[in-house]
Design a protein around this ligand. Structure first.
Ligand SMILES: [Zn+2]
Ligand SMILES: [Zn+2]
Length: 360
């Protein structure tokens, strides 16, 4: 114990593993173990583009300390920086913060604190991965100046952009995110991944070349590269919302601004969304009539498709995205395994969303 913390009674059980051991608990077991730890938690995210000389060694430092603190989340580390989405037991938040700010790579990094915690735990295990990049953007960083990022916009400035006819607000997120919430008058490219969006945006925005452009995403990380990419493609006036929708929601509240974000902000954890605006802007994917903006993962683990369901449809289908999934889930395990191959090859293509990996 390097930090001398009081151990929670479940902590030994849940967090006893060090980085060299693999966590062999089942998904359900992890969830129920995490639920047994009822301490209040603070969900937050942060990112930084910073040179990390030895990502594996940096990861080890994070694993050791954050395991000790009982943190849970999904964190990516690369030579180009860190992207973290996680929760921290609130009683350990100060120690966590002091430790993070003491790391030379992270000094001064701002956190985006969750707008609401919700009824489910945001994360139920700690996963820290070393990756080539901290966001899957598909760009060749050597081909343009990634440090030539656009200027930041505050929430108040963003509101001006939303109203300004000479400005264009662009949603830089995936379609399943913008479907449940977006800024008024925003351009919402119909793309499944951020990678697709980056490829298509320069062409899509060509006719708006003389407008002032404002980009936004969940917490701001995607807009860092996107603004540099657009500038490289000849767009001179590109700015982006600092801290993304999460920080926008906080600033609106603190400064008493008008909220121009409608609906929910999709988030990449178990909560699947934070309410920012009270309106429901999406429709149930099953009945296609009832208003709903609640995302679910299909209960059939082979499918696990992310879908929007209204209360009635979710109850009627017992949490499955379709009747096929409901039937398939009743098959014996060996049949299910065989079916999974067929399912992935033929059925998934027809789903509104591909099997969704929760990654920005
Ligand atoms: Zn419905
Ligand atoms: Zn399904």
């Amino acid at each position: 114990m390097i930090l001398g913390l009081r151990k929670h009674k479940y902590e030994g059980m849940i967090f006893a593993m060090n980085s060299s051991q693999r966590d062999l608990r089942s998904r359900a077991q992890k969830k129920s173990d995490a639920a047994a730890d009822t301490r209040p938690r603070t969900t937050l995210s942060f990112y930084r583009y910073v040179k990390i000389a030895d990502p594996a060694a940096f990861r080890e430092r994070l694993v050791t300390t954050w395991t000790e603190l009982g943190c849970m989340g999904r964190i990516y580390v690369a030579h180009e920086g860190i992207n973290a989405q996680m929760n921290v037991p609130t009683e350990h938040f100060e120690v966590f913060d002091a430790w993070v700010q003491a790391q030379p790579e992270l000094k001064g990094v701002p956190y985006k604190i969750a707008v609401e915690e919700g009824s489910v735990l945001s994360f139920y295990k700690l996963t820290i991965k070393v990756k080539d990049k901290i966001v899957a953007d598909g760009l060749d960083d050597g081909s343009f100046d990634v440090t030539d990022v656009g200027e930041y916009l505050t929430a108040a400035q963003m509101n001006e952009y939303v109203e300004d006819p000479d400005a264009l607000v662009v949603d830089m997120r995936n379609n399943y995110e913008s479907e449940v919430g977006h800024f008024d008058n925003a351009l919402i490219p119909n793309v499944v991944t951020f990678k697709d969006e980056l490829q298509k945006t320069p062409e899509l925005l060509r006719i708006h070349k003389n407008k002032k452009i404002a980009l936004y995403c969940t917490g701001g990380i995607r807009c860092e590269k996107a603004s540099a990419w657009l500038k490289h493609n000849g767009f001179s006036d590109v700015r982006h919302l600092k801290g993304g929708i999460i920080d926008y929601a906080h600033q609106v509240k603190e400064q008493g601004l008008e909220n121009k974000f409608k609906g929910k902000n999709f988030v990449f954890d178990e909560r699947l969304g934070e309410r920012v605006g009270s309106e429901i802007v999406a429709t149930c994917h099953i009945c296609k009539t009832a208003k709903s903006d609640t995302h679910y993962h299909c209960k059939n683990q082979i499918c696990y498709t992310l879908y929007i369901g209204c209360d009635e449809c979710v109850a009627k289908r017992s949490g499955y995205c379709s009747l096929v999934c409901k039937q398939v889930d009743k098959l014996p395990a060996n049949h299910k395994k065989r079916f999974a191959r067929y399912y992935n090859l033929y059925i998934r293509k027809r789903k509104p969303f591909k099997k969704t990996r929760l990654q920005a």
